[in-house]
Write a protein that binds this ligand. Structure first.
Ligand code: FES
Length: 108
């Protein structure tokens, strides 16, 4: 069963916590994850790259809703976690998340 976490207290505080395409590292219970935002879409994903464990907080978000790892530049789809470029690498773990009038909700 997943656990629900909420960040911020309303939509505007949540938007200011997470500027567009910024990547933030957040500890939620026992899990350290990364968050980013494109418009009003929130994406939550594992902190360490599934290839060789680089910190994805130093990655970049491109215009195809992908995270690019800073170390070997593998790309992962933020919606599904699918590996889009790179070899011999598991998909990225992604978590359900949403922006609402209560803030950012993440299910781990
Ligand atoms: S550690 Fe991320 S692509 Fe190699």
């Amino acid at each position: 069963m997943s656990k629900k976490f909420t960040l911020g207290s309303d939509r505007s505080s949540a938007l200011s916590l997470l500027p567009e395409k910024a990547i933030r590292k957040v500890q939620l219970g026992d899990d350290l994850i990364c968050l980013t935002r494109i418009g009003e879409k929130i994406f939550a994903f594992q902190h360490l790259c599934p290839h060789q464990s680089a910190s994805l907080v130093d990655g970049k978000i491109n215009s195809f809703d992908e995270i690019i790892c800073p170390l070997h530049h593998y790309r992962f789809d933020l919606h599904t976690g699918d590996l889009r470029s790179g070899d011999n690498c598991p998909d990225l773990k992604v978590y359900q998340s949403e922006l609402s009038d209560e803030g950012i909700t993440i299910f781990i």
